[in-house]
Write a protein that binds this ligand. Structure first.
Ligand code: AMP
Length: 545
């Protein structure tokens, strides 16, 4: 028996219409260094229509890829709104990718148009001659003469294009399964892999972001989106903001702790989202230059494990709640969010909040143990996390129709490569990436647990742990420490600090002090580079006896 419900498509055009009318007065603002420039959602809707008209005149139609090479700003949000709504496919390029990877993903996705911030032109112009499918470049906040284009590529000024167009467009309601956007994984090994989101997956994901067990956006919020729009859709914030009427604050290129804090003092956002390395920098800056940031009701942190000491410091010293979440480019990205159950309080609540969180109804999860069987959700049994659901990718994008990386999927589940436990009440605790976990004498040592413990020491600003070859134990942990400004510490003292939490055999004997942990294009610890630095003898390793 079929239902009597209307088969209305979950198309992003309807979301754009909704935001521009029902939440017409909510705003999107971009920080300019000392002030904000602001548009209402009604104005964003008008500019989205102008852009869609201009793109249509360039011949962009259903399924054509329109890329961005941009900071988080109003114009980027307008592209987010316009491109899927007109039936084309948004591809936000990661401006920090290595050149080879950037050229690979733009050609692989067959991007036809690239919209570029003028401040990024010096970088983009190096890639452009190698982008084989691009026919149009649109420059935001700069004129077309700023770029010498290869033959066959037309260059336009964004402002001039939009000024010439009408502020209405008949956005079509497309099949909800059609492609709306794509992101490539920022993996540090092999070619990046393409994930294609549908209108339906983006819509359902946005509802989950808005839900109280997601990020709980309301129209009273001002959401500071520090996570880039090219990193897993900025964690779904743009469409969730359109759905809830939350105001958006975009930091543009002002991403260092000092300007971020200046921006916060001026605009007083209620919500913010960024990877732990950003929050670590903000915390260090606040220690030097105190500032009231209690206007932030919540900061969502994910992309890498958040040290419990960082969560405590934000809450206890600054009255700000860090909300830990787990996800991947492949999961749109919201996979799990660590709200404590309503009934738990005090220290018990913290133990829930330190985890990677609870899966929402839309995400099914299971662990596959070393024996290949499903491990029980008992909070103890470990395995590789596999997930499935309506906003989880079922394959990687292939322009040729072959099935790339089929080994990343297992009976319709996505293999995440993350290893951990799940409790009976559905909370995920990640132990490590399967490739980062350290196997010492046949036993596992979690690099993440060691990092979290070392960083809790007051002399430590950052700590990254990798496994290094050991003739007796196969592998042993090497701890790379970045000391806090002006601090000193001896490895003996740091190891002593760990004795309360770790078994004797887990305590690391190899230590090195470095100026900075190398980071990936999305600001995570780049352990591959750290391993290479060690292999090339660039690290001065101290061995404790
Ligand atoms: P990306 O696709 O770049 O977002 O990377 C996804 C990967 O980041 C996951 O598979 C995890 O290994 C890691 N990750 C994301 N969130 C967390 C978290 N809260 N704790 C630990 N690792 C995380």
């Amino acid at each position: 028996m079929l239902s009597t419900m209307q088969d209305e498509q979950l198309s992003l055009a309807t979301l754009l219409r909704y935001a521009a009318t029902v939440h017409a007065e909510s705003t999107v603002s971009t920080w300019t260094g000392d002030a904000v420039r602001t548009q209402t959602y009604a104005e964003i809707g008008q500019d989205a229509a102008r852009l869609a008209n201009a793109l249509r005149k360039m011949g962009i139609g259903y399924g054509d890829r329109v890329a961005t090479f941009m900071w988080n700003n109003n114009e980027h949000m307008i592209v987010y709104a316009a491109v899927p709504a007109m039936g084309a496919v948004l591809h936000a390029l990661n401006i920090r990718l290595f050149p080879e990877q950037l050229v690979f993903v733009a050609n692989h996705a067959e991007d036809q148009v690239v919209i570029v911030d003028a401040t990024l032109l010096p970088l983009f112009s190096q890639y452009l001659p190698r982008l084989t499918t691009v026919r149009h470049v649109i420059i935001v906040d700069g004129d077309a003469s700023a770029l010498t284009a290869p033959e066959g590529v037309q260059v336009h000024s964004y402002t001039e294009l939009l000024d010439a167009e009408a502020d209405t467009f008949d956005f079509p309601v497309v099949d909800e399964r059609a492609a709306a956007g794509m992101c490539y994984t920022s993996g540090t090994t092999g070619d990046p892999k393409g994930v294609v989101y549908s209108h339906r997956s983006n819509w359902l994901h946005a509802s989950q972001v808005c839900a109280s067990n997601g990020m709980g956006f309301t129209d009273a919020d001002t959401v500071l989106a520090i996570v880039p729009l090219f990193h897993a859709n900025a964690w779904g914030i743009p469409y969730a903001a359109m759905m809830s009427g939350a105001n958006l604050l975009m930091p543009e290129r002002f991403l260092q702790p000092e300007p971020l804090l200046e921006m916060m003092a001026a605009v007083r956002p209620s919500f913010a989202a960024a990877v732990p390395t950003i929050w670590g920098g903000v915390l260090a800056r606040l220690a030097e230059q105190p500032q009231d940031i209690s206007h932030l009701r919540t900061c969502v942190v994910g992309g890498a494990a958040v040290p419990p000491s960082m969560m405590r410091a934000f809450e206890e010293h600054h009255g700000v709640k860090l909300l830990h979440a787990w996800g991947m480019t492949e999961t749109s990205p919201l996979g799990s969010v660590a709200h404590a159950p309503a009934a738990s309080t005090g220290e018990r609540a913290w133990t829930y909040r330190y985890t990677q969180g609870q899966f929402p109804a839309g995400v099914q999860a299971r662990l596959i143990g070393d024996d290949g069987d499903v491990a029980p959700n008992d909070g103890k049994s470990m395995g590789e996390l596999e997930v499935r659901g309506p906003w989880i990718t079922g394959s990687y994008y292939s322009p040729t129709g072959d099935v790339p990386d089929a080994d990343k999927f297992h009976d319709g589940w996505l293999r995440t490569g993350d290893v951990g436990t799940i409790s009976a009440d559905g909370y995920l605790t990640l132990v490590d990436r399967s490739k980062d976990v350290i196997k010492s004498g046949g036993e596992w040592i979690s690099s993440v647990d060691l990092e979290n413990a070392v960083i809790a020491h007051s002399a430590v600003a950052e700590a990254a742990v990798i496994g290094i070859a050991d003739p007796k134990w196969d592998e042993r942990p090497l701890v790379a420490v970045v000391l806090a400004e002006g601090a000193t510490a001896h490895p003996e003292e740091l190891r002593e600090f760990l004795t309360a939490q770790f078994a004797k055999w887990q305590l690391p004997e190899y230590w090195t002090f470095i100026a900075e942990v190398p980071k990936t294009s999305v600001g995570k610890f780049d352990k591959k580079r750290l391993r290479a630095q060690h292999a090339q003898g660039e690290l001065n390793v101290i061995e404790l006896t």
